[in-house]
Design a protein around this ligand. Sequence first.
Ligand SMILES: Nc1nc2c(ncn2[C@@H]2O[C@H](COP(=O)(O)OP(=O)(O)OP(=O)(O)O)[C@@H](O)[C@H]2O)c(=O)[nH]1
Ligand SMILES: [Mg+2]
Length: 421
Amino acid sequence: MFFGINRKKRFILEIQTELEERVILVGVQLGQDESTAESLQELAELAKTAGAVPVGTVIQNREHIHPGSYIGKGKMEEVKELLFALNANGVICDDELSPAQMNNLERELECKVMDRTLLILDIFALHAVTSEGKIQVELAQLRYRSARLVGLRDSLSRLGGGIGTRGPGEKKLETDRRLIRARISRLKEELEDVERHRQLLRSHRDAGMRKTAAIVGYTNAGKSTLLNTLTGAGVVSEDKLFATLDPTTRILELEDSQQILLTDTVGFIRKLPHHLVEAFKSTLEEAKYADYIIHVVDAANPQAELQMQVVYETLRELGAVGKPVITLMNKQDLAVEELRDSQADYILRISAKTGQGLDDLKDLLEKLLSDGLILIERLYPYAEAGKVALIREYGQLLSEEYQADGIAVRARIPREIYGKI
Ligand SMILES: Nc1nc2c(ncn2[C@@H]2O[C@H](COP(=O)(O)OP(=O)(O)OP(=O)(O)O)[C@@H](O)[C@H]2O)c(=O)[nH]1
Ligand SMILES: [Mg+2]
């Protein structure tokens, strides 16, 4: 009896150690580019978020990435020896591998071969909550997979689990090419439905009468924390990469009965997989349709400068340009560097966690909102009380006086509703 239980326990333990992914991170440093080591540090964070244990790093200096095998022959030997020495069972390359590179590496190294994209897709799969998020992730995963079935199948069957095998929710990812194609077109249709719905929501969101600000920034910068502190939104905020995938919108009440809609959304990262950008287009585009961009920077991160560049590049790719940018140098409660942002229209130093500087942010938003408003002084007959309600909802009602012949109103209103009142 006891013997049986112990055997079972030992068996489970064996499976657990077998499933532990001990990985070596591999990067290529091109010419004088000095960010490779830092990029690998970030890759290590991504690996940990996906449940793997990074045990070593290898960097190769090359003029260009080896087209057939990502790294050269000699380096491959080095990685092979390191795999053995460190008792590792997989490698993760810091760039997206072509199908050929993946096959060749997998054959030569005889271990599970992964890349940055697979890792990010995996984390997205673990964190997707809403049906929209799940469809988007699965679509991106399947597109990535369908081109790499051979190398991936060998790699993924080596451990029988772990990174690359997770689908959104409980779903097992398909590995049959024909089935994948069918599933992709089904998902695309579903996504179109969801996107239509999102468009509708967007247009309903007060038909453009209420101003919106999109909270953007590098992953882990503190976007969700900011929304939570400002509005008590209750969004998950964690010291994890890509904690948020689904956009959350909340109303922020300001002085003089002004309001602005704030949307927290998915974070950016360098080398964001293009399949993800494509699949998450409708989510990412929240920034494109917003009136203002609130750019949250983790000012305590040594890589803050580079992260800011990545954010601006991504915004440009999404077409979210030509609107006022408020940059928030966040985490001022920690040791931070004096950072500049030449691309921002306004810069504030804040701590989303302690609330420091958030009154300044509210003041700024109030000012921005009032600047676009028109001052009116008017007497509305009682029959037109509905117009006063409209002003109260979308404008700043400065004073209202109930007189014998109607309501005397002083208010600031957005241009968009001027015609209606
Ligand atoms: N010390 C300090 N930590 C902060 C501050 N703001 C956020 N954090 C921490 O930074 C981590 C990431 O915060 P999130 O709000 O989840 O970051 P995010 O930008 O939403 O990240 P993703 O959704 O993963 O892209 C969490 O551990 C927060 O507690 C701050 O002002 N000071
Ligand atoms: Mg978040």
